[in-house]
Design a protein around this ligand. Structure first.
Ligand code: SF4
Ligand code: SF4
Length: 112
């Protein structure tokens, strides 16, 4: 049975070992507070292949629905795992220290 835990869930209300059995639930959880590094994308270098979007485990790469183009990272959902930087075929994504996204950095988006 699909079950999404509320942020206030106690350990004894969860599955053994904290397992989350249902797939595709990343949007239900806010993990941005875990981040101590964040991704920055070089806009000039990006070819919009969307590998970063495909591989991000937390649905933290935003795209424009109508054009399926990269739009930015989600501050609520990006946990700073480096996967997007690792899979980018053009090395357009750099992980930089600090958990805060800055609107002054290239490749960022305020949209969730
Ligand atoms: S670092 Fe990249 S792959 Fe990891 S959660 Fe953030 S956007 Fe997704
Ligand atoms: S993986 Fe790299 S090149 Fe592809 S869309 Fe993401 S940032 Fe752009």
């Amino acid at each position: 049975m699909s079950r999404v835990y509320p942020p206030t869930a106690k350990w004894h209300e969860m599955e053994r070992a904290g397992i989350i059995p249902q797939a595709g639930n990343a949007e239900e959880y806010t993990v941005g507070g875990w981040r101590n590094e964040h991704p920055v994308r070089d806009n000039e270098c990006c070819i919009d292949c969307l590998f970063c979007w495909i591989y991000c485990p937390d649905n933290a790469v935003n795209i424009k629905d109508e054009s399926v183009k990269y739009q930015g990272f989600s501050a609520d959902h990006c946990k700073g795992c480096h996967i997007c930087a690792a899979v980018c075929p053009k090395d357009c994504i750099t992980m930089v220290p600090g958990g805060e996204f800055s609107p002054d950095e290239p490749g960022q988006s305020e949209e969730e």
